[in-house]
Design a protein around this ligand. Structure first.
Ligand code: SIN
Length: 215
């Protein structure tokens, strides 16, 4: 059952919602959620790829000991329904609404970890049950996909680089994002544009889990 939160609505973004919320909000702050890691394990067929050649975008996976930094927005109660309708449409490629406790960093003290009380926030998460879930894939394969995919919202590489940039701007560090950005840039310069796509680039999920990293 969907949790009901009264009054203004907090929304936590950890992907494109960090740099392009595209909805009205009263305030926003960097923040993080505990016990989750961000991974490029979700296929994008409607924004950064196509059904024939899906891109890769982020989702959240439960992982004790991990934290995931992003941006929290406070949306006025009167804007709640229109913002949710807009976001449900934007995130329709496999994401569902969940609620999580977000620790806000109102004064941007990221290195020292914020002490502000947490807020209950809505988060769009693509779980393993959704049809576009790619699951764990070797990072070099994700980089090759990212380097080639594009969709109605732009290139997949643009998504990765904007995310890396947005995280840097709030002082957060996510090794998975940094490594993917580096590898995608490397493959951009080293791979011929007409090299054949492997099965993963065509959207066939891979099986081998990626080694988890802690921060
Ligand atoms: C998010 O940004 O919070 C969800 C994933 C995305 O839209 O990139």
């Amino acid at each position: 059952m969907l949790e009901v939160v009264q009054g203004d609505l907090w929304i936590f973004g950890y992907g494109s919602l960090i740099w392009r919320p595209a909805f009205p909000y009263r305030e926003r702050h960097p923040g993080y959620i505990e016990g989750f890691k961000r991974r490029f394990w979700q296929q994008s067929t409607d924004h950064r790829g196509t059904p024939e050649a899906p891109g890769r975008v982020v989702t959240l996976l439960a992982e004790p000991g991990e934290v995931c930094w992003g941006m929290a927005y406070r949306v006025a109660d009167e804007d709640r329904e229109s913002v949710l309708a807009r976001l449900d449409f934007r995130e329709k490629g496999g994401y569902q609404r969940v609620y999580a406790d977000v620790l806000l960093d109102r004064d941007n003290r990221i290195a020292g970890r914020p002490a502000d009380p947490s807020v209950r926030a809505l988060v769009y998460v693509a779980t393993a049950e959704n049809p576009n879930y790619a699951g764990p894939e070797p990072i070099e394969d994700i980089a090759r996909i990212v380097q080639r995919a594009r969709g109605p919202s732009g290139t997949n590489l643009d998504y990765v680089m904007r995310l890396a940039d947005a995280l840097q701007n709030i002082g957060a560090c996510d090794p998975h994002v940094i490594e993917l950005a580096r590898r995608a840039c490397d493959s951009l310069h080293s791979e011929p544009a007409d090299a054949p796509l492997d099965d993963r680039a065509r959207g066939v999920p891979a099986g081998e889990p990626e080694t988890s990293r802690r921060r």
